[in-house]
Design a protein around this ligand. Structure first.
Ligand SMILES: O=C(O)CCC(=O)C(=O)O
Length: 264
């Protein structure tokens, strides 16, 4: 199983429409190279371009879906197409990840559970997802997370309990907290003995320079590949059997103690 993470640059000088076309051609380049391709969070509009969320919101089957479904089919890959500003039928906005099978069929959607911004931005403009989502990619079931979710280990434990062997994090992570990004990606891999595929954006939008530094971490916590600051595609071989081997040889997951009571 080979995975490619496309760390696309998100800059205001490029329209969402132009970026969709460019992302589709970057995915197309992965035909015959990768089995799984991952894009970052909110790359059509920019994760911090809050003032554009309303105007650029789209239904799940909107323009990003059309471009990414076609790209997955043409490249014949599983495609985690990052996330879009979804306008739900009731009018609410969600930060929604879209995952396609190699046929181009929409295999899963994941609405970001932990919204970023405290009392502003995404946290007030968007509604929160409520469901954990796994995707049955043959041999390497995926568990889905988006950006700020990375700070909440219980979400990842839930995905592992649901059978995920690889944890995919699509992000638009600020450069200011790059060390948190790489540290937490490794921590999620070590504590869950799972692959972590963490794909961020490059560039700068709404005045927020992006961290880049997408990375792939193996179940032992080794960084298999890490991008730099700019636009870049990382391609990495994954061995799903390594998850079971790691868990067998160092069976820490079996030593979990659940339901601890609070101190009195
Ligand atoms: O947690 C962080 O530092 C960044 C989170 C973030 O930028 C997001 O979720 O959009």
């Amino acid at each position: 199983m080979r995975a490619s993470l496309i760390q696309i640059a998100v800059d205001p000088a490029e329209s969402p429409e132009a970026r969709r076309a460019r992302a589709a051609s970057l995915v197309a380049e992965q035909r015959g190279v990768a089995d799984l391709v991952v894009l970052p969070e909110l790359w059509p509009v920019g994760a911090f371009a809050y003032e554009s969320f309303e105007a650029e919101a789209e239904p799940v089957t909107g323009p990003t879906h059309d471009a990414m479904s076609r790209a997955a089919r043409e490249a014949s890959v599983w495609l985690h197409a990052g996330s879009v500003v979804e306008r739900a039928p009731d009018g609410a906005l969600y930060n929604t990840a879209l995952v396609y099978a190699p046929s181009g069929d929409l295999a899963a959607t994941y609405r970001k559970i932990h919204r970023f911004g405290f009392d502003q931005g995404e946290a007030v403009l968007m509604a929160a997802g409520e469901e954990l989502v796994t995707v049955p990619v043959p041999g390497l079931p995926l568990g889905l997370a988006t950006c700020y979710d990375l700070r909440f280990p219980e979400l990842f434990r839930g995905l592992v309990d649901a059978g995920a062997l690889a944890l995919v994090v699509a992000a638009g992570w600020p450069a200011r907290r790059r060390e948190h990004w790489t540290l937490l990606a490794r921590a999620r891999a070590v504590e869950n003995q799972a692959y972590v595929l963490a794909c961020a954006t490059a560039g700068s939008h709404a005045g927020v320079p992006q961290a880049g530094h997408s990375l792939v971490v193996d179940p032992w916590g080794e960084v298999l590949a890490e991008a730099g600051d700019g636009e870049e595609t990382l391609t990495v071989d994954l061995d799903p059997a390594l998850v079971a081997t790691t868990r067998d040889r160092f069976p820490a997951l079996k030593d979990r103690v659940l339901g601890l009571s609070a101190p009195r």
